[in-house]
Design a protein around this ligand. Structure first.
Ligand SMILES: *Cc1c(COP(=O)(O)O)cnc(C)c1O
Length: 383
């Protein structure tokens, strides 16, 4: 398709073309490891499925179209995608990362890549000056997660991307929480965008998959080389499920955002709730940045009950009936999580608490059910 599609059409048609064999409307699940050649090297662009697979290509084109990118790359998980980014660097290279980030991302950087000589500075990026303070001639990457998980801080992508450009450091954004519907970091100056497509993109809690997008041809080649060499690729079935999920991304995120706003307001007015972290509040410290770089505020929020002790919060998450207590986020169903003991348990308590992840904190992934049922469920659990 030649014409640049608007987002709500690109979710359905972006980068896709009718299947050449039988005109199948959905890309077929090419469940094959290898491809017939007429003569050595005589093939149609596909030789072996670690390197390329047509179902994966369809997904890589789809995410590129949604992020206004030139290239997409698909991986077995969000962490496999991040692992590939980090393998671009050499011992002695430095990275500046958001301090409040997905626990698995923190673990990959500190427990795997520090061992290979990467030096990582974790900083609060609410103020871009704190990034500037750590920039030096060894800085190769600035890793941004925004909104942050689970504190819902918002980082000014354009401001930090400008700092990176000045220092020839790549700027990568983990866009999992926002999804490309709410935020398109390459347009704000980022070089790499990562998705745990496991979450909003696939959207139905039935697939684990990771994605990267970039514009730069040389960077794409380096990442594809690592992707093929290290082999953290997804199977065609998972690519198909992600493509299917993406077709409804725009309407799902609209509803996630509406429900998220209603739940945030309900909690904020509840006498037994101490604090609600949601970037849509006008008094959220980064509200203006959120408003300028995001289309809406999404379905993620966190809160602390009055008292903020472990027992009260555990009691609430155990009493929830419609919200499922589970890791993960971004599916059609509502989930509740307890970061200190679940998603962020791999971050030491002292480090965790410095960024606000206290034992009482509860994180919600607000789904697309009837919001009144969700509010009634929270109300009975809070008591
Ligand atoms: C889940 C998640 C990841 C990791 O993705 P997987 O698909 O689970 O490997 C990375 N970043 C964020 C923000 C996440 O929520």
């Amino acid at each position: 398709m030649d014409k640049k599609l608007r987002f709500n059409s690109a979710t359905i048609h972006g980068g896709q073309e009718p299947d050449k064999a039988y005109g199948s409307v959905m890309p077929p699940i090419y469940q094959t490891s290898t491809y017939a050649q007429t003569t050595p090297g005589g093939h149609q662009g596909y030789e072996y499925s670690r390197t390329h697979n047509p179902t994966r290509t369809a997904l890589e084109r789809s995410i590129a179209s949604l992020e206004n990118a030139k290239h997409g790359l698909a991986f077995a998980s969000g962490m496999a995608a991040m692992d590939t980014v980090l393998k671009l660097f050499n011992p002695g290279d430095e990275i500046i990362s958001t301090d409040d980030l997905y626990g698995g991302s923190y673990r990959l950087m500190t427990q795997i890549f520090e061992k290979y000589g990467l030096k990582i500075h974790f900083v609060n990026m609410e103020n871009p000056d704190s990034v500037a303070q750590h920039l030096n001639e060894k800085t190769r990457l600035i890793w941004i997660e925004t909104p942050t998980n689970p504190m819902m801080k918002v980082v000014d992508i354009a401001a930090i991307a400008a700092l990176g450009k000045g220092h020839k450091a790549l700027v990568a954004v983990d866009n999992t929480f926002a999804s490309p519907y709410l935020q398109q970091p390459l347009d704000l100056g980022a070089d790499i965008v990562l998705h745990s497509a496991t979450k909003y993109l696939a959207g139905h809690s039935d697939t684990v998959l990771g994605l990267l997008v970039v514009n730069d041809d040389a960077l794409q080649e380096k990442l594809a080389f690592i992707q093929n060499s290290s082999g953290g690729v997804p199977g065609p079935m998972d690519c198909f499920l992600t493509l299917r999920g993406i077709k409804t991304l725009h309407i799902r995120i609209q509803r996630h955002s509406e429900n998220g706003a209603a739940v945030a307001l309900f909690l904020m007015q509840h006498p037994k709730i101490e604090k609600v972290y949601w970037p849509g509040f006008v008094n959220h410290p980064n509200h203006e940045v959120a408003k300028s770089q995001m289309k809406d505020f999404g379905g993620m929020l966190s809160f602390v009950p009055k008292g903020g002790d472990l027992a009260t919060s555990i009691n609430i998450v155990e009493k929830l009936k419609l919200f499922t207590l589970a890791e993960s986020l971004g599916g059609v169903e509502s989930l509740a999580g307890h970061p200190a003991s679940m998603t962020h348990a791999s971050i030491p308590k002292a480090v965790r608490e410095k960024s606000g992840i206290v034992d009482g904190l509860i994180r919600l992934s607000v789904g697309i059910e009837d919001v009144q049922d969700l509010i009634e469920d929270l109300d009975q659990a809070i008591g």
